[in-house]
Design a protein. Sequence first.
Length: 135
Amino acid sequence: LQIKSMSNKHSARSNNSLGSMTNILDTLYKICLHPRPDEEFINRFSKVIDVYSIAEKSELVDSLARFIAEKFLSGEGSFEETDVAINNLAGYAICNNRIPEFMWGVYMAFDDAELGSDGQQRLPSNLRHALGPAA
């Protein structure tokens, strides 16, 4: 993912609205902590992300999925919190008929963690696998 290039491309827009890419991801993450992917969530999330083109939205959704996974892996976010966030992000993607492959892989790692008594124990390795060699 090329967060830097997307950030540079939209620096004027980002600086005027939400600031840096990290701030945008943090803002979207906080919106994703909404209890469920309902109409209120979709509207709040869309308000932030709709300033981007379709291709940029896919890249931003993938970047947010990475942000969520890394938050869990670093211990900054609990399983419960990050699971809600990725479920809502997937809900947004499904509602918009645009499901980036990378985001889906992160979502499936969290989904697997909901199954069985050892699901959460499998999550770190599943996330590292989804994040790829750099993880």
